[in-house]
Structures are given as structure tokens and as C-alpha cells.
Design a protein around this ligand. Structure first.
Ligand SMILES: *Cc1c(COP(=O)(O)O)cnc(C)c1O
Length: 232
């Protein structure tokens, strides 16, 4: 896609986020856009960065590492948004800004250890499978509290919220209940003793439904197609 189109699309998404926030009386500054760059060429990613994208999201570790090296001179933050295998954590632990997809104690423990070696705090979100069996990854609602308690006790891993991904994306209104559910889950966790700071972020909403997600309290939306066009 031409750089100018990518820049225009990015602007449109940013404007829509701001308007969705304003509709419900939220400060647009409280919503962060992660530009999802999976499968996109370096040229396209650079065009987005030139146009002001500051936060980039990748599903696969290998692809993130390659792009991060190529963009080493740019001021961008990298977000790991895909299912993360324990043996891949090492490759991103020293530079990734936020891991959205922690779904087990084991991967949390590995992140904590790798962060310690990298002498840093590493912020993470718990991925919740809010819709039940239809989507593959993420922990069930019942599993979130014990996992959040375990992650909160870790020294280098820093729990900062929840992430979810609804199973389908056709009618954004169909996904509203899932976003409401994630918001309620956060409130329940805080009532049960999880620190509010550990529940600061809700990463929810993609191309098809990010405006609805913002209306329901998303602090992070992850958008690819609306910025770069359809993936191959
Ligand atoms: C691909 C992907 C997105 C972005 O999807 P679009 O529909 O292209 O906006 C967001 N989150 C996750 C976890 C993804 O894998």
C-alpha cells in the first residue's frame, strides 16, 4: 500500500478512537493504539512509523525480532500479541514493551526469569478466553484470579491488565458483551484483592470492533487491517 494511504488510514483510526472515547466521556489520551504489523512489509511498517505509529504489535517472535532489528533507530515500542511459547520468551525479553498474551503460570515464570536476567521490569497482560471454547488461546474466567495472584507475586514480571480477543468479527455490536464481560472481570478481580494497578489496562478491540471496545473501556486497541488493508 502507498505510504500516503497508510498515513491517511492511521489518521482515520486515531480520529475514530478519539470520537469513540468522547462519546462515552473518556479522555482519548487514555486509549493507546497498537498498530498490528504482522505479515506487513518493512516499507509498510516504516510508512506507519513515519506517520506517527509509536506502538507496533506482532504475533510471531521471529517476525518481531527481525522488524525490531530493522527499525532499531526508530523510537517504537513492541507489543507481543500472539500466543507465546515458553522457549521464545528469551528472544524478546530485553526489548519488548508489553506482552499481551500470558495464559499460563509457566510462561509467566519464564518471563519473570528472563526479565531478571535483562535487569528490567516486564509488563504483561493476562489473555482471557472470554467467549468460552470458541477461541483457542487464553485462560478461562475461573482461572484468571489464581493466575493473577501468582503473577502479582513475581518480582520482574509486572502484571498490568487483561487482554481478550472475541471469536468472530462480523458485527461489532455482537462483540460488545465480551468487552463488557472483560471490564466486569477486572472489577471482580479488584474486589477479590488484585491491585488496581495490576488491572490498569484492558487490551481489546481490533479492526472490526475497536470503536465499540473503546466505548466499553479499552485502554489499548490492536488494529492492523484498518491501517494496512487486508492481509494476504
Ligand atoms: C491480527 C491481530 C490483531 C489485528 O487484527 P485486524 O483485524 O487486522 O485489526 C489484533 N490482535 C491480535 C491478537 C491479532 O492476532
Amino acid at each position: 500500500m502507498a505510504a500516503i494511504e497508510i498515513a491517511d488510514n492511521l489518521q482515520v483510526v486515531q480520529d475514530r478512537i478519539a470520537r469513540a472515547a468522547e462519546r462515552v466521556g473518556r479522555d482519548p489520551e487514555d486509549v493507546h493504539l497498537v498498530t498490528v504489523t504482522k505479515t506487513r512489509s518493512l516499507d509498510d511498517v516504516c510508512a506507519a512509523v513515519e506517520a506517527g505509529a509509536t506502538d507496533l504489535g506482532e504475533n510471531y517472535v521471529q517476525e518481531m525480532v527481525e522488524k525490531a532489528e530493522a527499525l532499531a533507530d526508530e523510537e517504537v515500542r513492541w507489543h507481543a500479541i500472539g500466543h507465546l511459547q515458553t522457549n521464545k520468551v528469551r528472544q524478546i525479553a530485553d526489548f519488548v514493551s508489553l506482552i499481551h498474551s500470558v495464559d499460563s503460570f509457566r510462561v509467566g515464570e519464564e518471563i519473570d526469569q528472563r526479565a531478571e536476567r535483562a535487569s528490567r521490569q516486564l509488563p504483561v497482560l493476562i489473555q482471557v478466553n472470554i467467549s468460552g471454547e470458541e477461541s483457542k488461546f487464553g485462560v478461562s474466567e475461573e482461572e484468571v484470579l489464581p493466575l493473577a495472584e501468582a503473577l502479582e507475586s513475581m518480582k520482574y514480571l509486572r502484571l498490568v491488565g487483561l487482554m481478550t480477543m472475541p471469536p468472530y468479527c462480523e458485527d461489532p455490536e455482537e462483540n460488545r458483551p465480551y468487552f463488557v464481560q472483560l471490564k466486569h472481570l477486572r472489577e471482580m478481580l479488584i474486589e477479590r484483592g488484585i491491585n488496581a494497578e495490576s488491572m490498569r489496562h484492558l487490551s481489546m478491540g481490533m479492526t472490526c470492533d475497536y470503536e465499540v471496545a473503546v466505548e466499553e473501556g479499552a485502554t489499548i486497541v490492536r488494529v492492523g487491517t484498518a491501517i494496512f488493508g487486508p492481509r494476504q
